[in-house]
Design a protein around this ligand. Structure first.
Ligand code: GLC
Length: 739
C-alpha cells in the first residue's frame, strides 16, 4: 500500500493517542478516533442492542467485528460480555470497546430496599454506600453502566414507578440522587468497581396524567423548574455520566425529541457533555406519539434534538445514513453524538483496560450487612399503641400473611439479578432469632392478590395459639414498577379480610406492610396495635424487620412521600399551595337536612378529611422526641448574609433513638403563590434516652429563591416562616424577614 508521508504521520499519531500511556487528553483521543471512523461505524456506536444471547451467535460476532453496535443492555452473561469485548477490541477495524449497560437500580446480586425505601432512610451516606456496593458487584461481572438513579419526582402513588424514585420532594430527592451518582461512579469512572450512572427519565415522567405509566405530562415551566428538574440538576452537578430520555410527552413534545429539554436546558443552560441515551424503543415510539411519520422521521427528530444513542429500536441504523446523505441530518450532529459516546468509553478506561476474566459474584457478608442496615433504616413505624417492641412475655409469635415468606416479592421491582436463595424473609429471621419452637406460621393467602378465604382458618388458629400475631401483607413485586400503575391503592386481594380475621381473635397484632408505593389501609391501621411500613426491603428485609419488632433495633424511617387516606385525594403532597380558601382543620361533612347554604366554602372534600393519612416526613420511634425553643440568629436576613435557625430536640423516652430533624420554610408573600412548606434541610440525630441536643441549620437568600411568573429565578423581600420539625405537618415555628 503506498502510504503518503502525511498518512504515515496521522497513523502514527493515532496509534500514539490510542495507547494507554498516551499523554494526550480524552478529547484529543476522541477527536482523533472520530476522524478515522466511517459513517457506518459512527452509526454503529449510536446503536444499543439487547440482542446478546448465550452462546454468542456467529452473526452477532460478525456484527461486532463490523462495528454494528456500540453498546448492549440487559443481555448476556459475564463470559458473553468478555468474549464480545475481546472481539470488539481485537477483531474490529478500530478496536472500539463495547459499553455494557444494565438496570442496576437498587442493588445487583445483593438487593437493597427499592429506591423509595432507601429514600425513607433520609440518609445520603447510606444511599451512596448501597450504590457503591451495587456498582462493585456489577463491575465484577463486566457491567460498566447502570440506568440509575431514576430522578423522577412523583406525587402520584398510582404510578407504578413511584417505587423506583426517591419520593415527592425535589430537595430530598436531589440529595439522594447525588449520593447515588457518587456511589455508582466513585472517585473515578475508570477505577475498579466504578460504573457510569444515568439520570433518568429526562423529564417529567413522574407527572404522567392519572398516574398511568407512559401517559402525557403537562407541566408549566415554573413547576418543571421548581419540582421536576432539580433532581436532574443535582445529578448533573454530581457528575452523572449519562442521561436517559423519558417515554412521555412533555407539554405535547416527546422527551426523546424535545429540544427545549435536551438542547436548551441540558446542553445549553447546564453545559452538559455526557451521553444521552433514549429509553427502550422510545425513538420509534414517536410514531405512536404522532410526531413522526416513520422511522426516518423519528431518527431525524431524535438525533436533531440531541439523543446520542438509540436503545433497542433501529431507526438510527436503518435511516441515519440516508438522512446524512440528504442533508436532513448534518454530519456534525452525528460526530457530536459519537464524541459523547466515545468520551464516556475513554473516561471509563475501556480502551486501556484489559478485558477482565469473566466471573460471577455472589452476595458477601459485607454487602448483606449493608443491605440489612439499609432495610432497617428504611422501615417506617406508622403506628404503635405500645405493642412494640414485642415484650419478653411474647413467647410464641404467629407469623401470618402472603408477604411473610416471599423472597421474590421482598426484593421488589427491578431486581433482575437478585438472588432469592440469599433472601432472608421475616419468617426465616424470626425462626433464627427466636427458635422454630416459638414461631407458628400460616400464610393465609397464596399471594397478595388471592381472594380466597380458605387459608384463614389455619391463620386464625395460629394466632389463637400464639401470644402475638405478626401479619405481613402488601404488594407482590409484580404489582409495582414499570407498567404497573394501579387505579386503587388498597391492599390487593383479601388481605384486609385476613387482617380482620386475625384482629377478631383479640390477640395483639402487628401489621407489617411490604409494598412498592403508598397504600391506603385505614381500617387495618385502626385494628392493628402497630403498623410498620417497608417499601420492598430487599435481600435482608427479614432480619431487619424481625430485629425492629423485637426491639434489637429501633425504627428511624421517615416517609419520603405523602400517604393519602384514599386514592380520591391523589395527587396529594405536602408542598401544596394554600389556595384562596384553605380549609379549616378537618372540616368534614354537610349538615343533615340539606341546608340551602351549608358552611365551609373551602378547598376540601365533603366525604373525607382533606389531610393525608400520614404526612411527608412522618415516622415514629420507640421513644418520644420533643421539639422546643426555636431560635433565629437574627430577625432579618440581609440579601448576601445567612441566618441560623436552631431548636432543641429532646429524647423524652427510655430508649435511644434516631430522629430525622427537618427544616421547612414558607414564603408568605411573593409574586407567585408559594407552597405552604418547602423542605430546605434535614439531619439525622441519634439521641440517648433523656438526651437533649440543639440542632442548627443555616439559610441564605439562595435557599429562598423561586421561579417567578416570568420563569426567572428570584428572591423577593418579605416575611418567611421557618420550622424545625419532625414532619411536614408539625414542628416549632419561627419567623424572619428577608431584605
Ligand atoms: C425500561 C425503562 C428504563 C430502563 C430501560 C432499560 O423500559 O423505562 O428505566 O432503564 O428500559 O431496561
Amino acid at each position: 500500500m503506498n502510504l503518503s508521508c502525511a498518512g504515515v504521520v496521522a497513523a502514527l499519531l493515532l496509534a500514539t493517542m490510542l495507547r494507554a500511556d498516551a499523554p494526550l487528553d480524552v478529547e484529543s483521543r476522541v477527536n482523533a478516533l472520530v476522524a478515522r471512523m466511517t459513517l457506518d461505524e459512527k452509526i454503529g456506536q449510536m446503536s444499543q442492542s439487547t440482542g446478546m444471547r448465550s452462546p454468542l451467535a456467529e452473526r452477532l460476532k460478525q456484527e461486532i467485528r463490523a462495528g454494528r453496535w456500540g453498546s448492549f443492555l440487559n443481555a448476556g452473561s459475564p463470559a458473553d460480555r468478555a468474549e464480545a469485548q475481546r472481539i470488539a477490541l481485537h477483531e474490529s477495524r478500530l478496536g472500539i470497546p463495547l459499553l455494557f449497560g444494565r438496570d442496576v437500580i437498587h442493588g445487583y446480586k445483593t438487593v437493597f430496599p427499592i429506591p423509595l425505601g432507601q429514600a425513607a432512610a433520609w440518609d445520603p451516606e447510606l444511599v451512596e454506600a448501597a450504590a457503591r456496593e451495587a456498582a462493585r458487584e456489577a463491575w465484577a461481572e463486566g457491567i460498566r453502566w447502570t440506568f440509575a438513579p431514576m430522578s423522577d419526582i412523583a406525587r402520584d402513588p398510582r404510578w407504578g414507578r413511584v417505587a423506583e424514585g426517591l419520593g415527592e420532594d425535589p430537595y430530598l430527592a436531589g440529595k439522594l440522587v447525588a449520593a447515588m451518582v457518587r456511589g455508582f461512579q466513585g472517585e473515578s469512572l475508570e477505577a475498579q468497581g466504578s460504573i457510569a450512572a444515568c439520570a433518568k427519565h429526562f423529564a417529567g415522567y413522574g407527572a404522567a396524567e392519572g398516574g398511568r405509566d407512559y401517559n402525557s405530562a403537562w407541566i408549566p415551566e415554573v413547576l418543571l423548574r421548581e419540582v421536576y428538574l432539580p433532581p436532574f440538576r443535582a445529578a448533573r452537578d454530581a457528575g452523572v455520566a449519562s442521561f436517559m430520555t423519558a417515554f412521555n410527552t412533555l407539554n405535547g413534545v416527546p422527551a426523546t425529541s424535545n429540544r427545549f429539554l435536551l438542547r436548551d436546558i441540558l446542553r445549553g443552560e447546564w453545559k452538559y457533555d455526557g451521553l444521552v441515551v433514549s429509553d427502550y424503543n422510545a425513538v420509534m415510539e414517536m410514531i405512536a406519539h404522532g410526531v413522526a411519520r416513520d422511522g426516518s422521521d423519528a431518527a431525524r427528530e431524535a438525533v436533531n434534538a440531541g439523543v446520542d444513542m438509540e436503545m433497542v429500536s433501529t431507526a438510527y441504523h436503518d435511516h441515519l445514513k440516508a438522512l446524512v446523505a440528504s442533508g436532513a441530518v448534518p454530519l456534525a450532529e452525528i460526530d457530536e453524538a459519537v464524541r459523547d459516546i466515545l468520551r464516556l468509553k475513554f473516561r471509563l478506561g475501556l480502551f486501556d483496560q484489559p478485558v477482565a476474566a469473566p466471573r460471577e459474584v455472589e452476595p458477601g457478608a459485607q454487602s448483606l450487612a449493608l443491605a440489612e442496615r439499609a432495610a432497617a433504616e428504611s422501615a417506617v413505624l406508622l403506628k404503635d399503641d405500645g405493642v412494640l417492641p414485642l415484650a419478653d412475655a411474647v413467647r410464641t409469635v404467629a407469623i401470618i400473611g402472603p408477604l411473610a415468606d416471599s423472597p421474590e416479592d421482598q426484593m421488589g421491582t427491578w431486581a433482575m439479578d437478585g438472588q432469592p436463595q440469599y433472601v432472608e424473609t421475616p419468617l426465616a429471621a424470626f425462626r433464627k432469632l427466636l427458635g422454630s419452637g416459638r414461631v407458628l406460621y400460616a400464610r393465609g393467602l397464596k399471594n397478595s392478590r388471592d381472594t380466597s378465604h380458605e387459608g384463614f382458618a389455619e391463620a386464625v388458629e395460629a394466632a389463637r395459639r400464639a401470644d402475638a400475631a405478626l401479619v405481613f401483607v402488601g404488594e407482590e413485586r409484580i404489582l409495582s414498577g414499570e407498567a404497573r400503575s394501579r387505579a386503587y391503592l388498597d391492599l390487593p386481594g383479601a388481605q384486609e379480610a385476613l387482617v380482620d380475621a386475625i384482629h377478631a381473635t383479640g390477640k395483639p397484632m402487628v401489621v407489617t406492610i411490604l409494598a412498592g408505593r403508598p397504600l391506603t389501609f385505614h381500617r387495618v391501621a385502626a385494628e392493628a396495635g402497630a403498623v410498620l411500613y417497608c417499601f420492598h426491603p430487599g435481600t435482608m428485609g427479614g432480619p431487619a424487620i424481625a430485629k425492629l419488632l423485637l426491639g434489637r433495633e429501633a425504627p428511624s424511617g421517615r416517609l419520603p412521600i405523602t400517604f393519602p387516606r384514599t386514592v380520591g385525594q391523589v395527587p396529594i403532597y405536602y408542598a401544596h399551595l394554600n389556595t384562596g380558601r384553605p380549609p379549616l382543620a378537618s372540616e368534614l361533612g354537610i349538615p343533615a337536612g340539606n341546608p340551602v347554604h351549608p358552611e365551609g366554602y373551602t378547598s376540601k372534600y365533603i366525604d373525607v378529611d382533606f389531610t393525608p393519612e400520614y404526612p411527608f416526613g412522618f415516622g415514629l420511634a420507640y421513644t418520644k422526641f420533643d421539639y422546643s425553643n426555636l431560635r433565629l440568629s437574627a430577625p432579618v436576613l440581609e440579601g448576601g448574609g445567612r441566618i441560623t435557625v436552631s431548636a432543641e430536640i429532646a429524647n423524652r423516652g427510655s430508649r435511644a433513638g434516631t430522629e430525622t430533624v427537618q427544616l421547612y420554610i414558607r414564603d408568605l408573600v411573593a409574586s407567585v403563590a408559594q407552597p405552604v412548606r418547602k423542605l430546605r434541610g434535614f439531619e439525622r440525630v441519634a439521641l440517648k434516652a433523656g438526651e437533649t441536643r440543639t440542632v442548627s441549620f443555616t439559610l441564605s437568600a439562595a435557599d429562598l429563591a423561586f421561579y417567578d411568573e416570568h420563569v426567572r429565578l428570584v428572591t423577593q423581600p418579605g416575611r418567611f416562616y421557618v420550622w424545625i420539625a419532625p414532619n411536614a405537618a408539625e414542628g416549632v415555628r419561627g419567623e424572619f424577614e428577608l431584605r
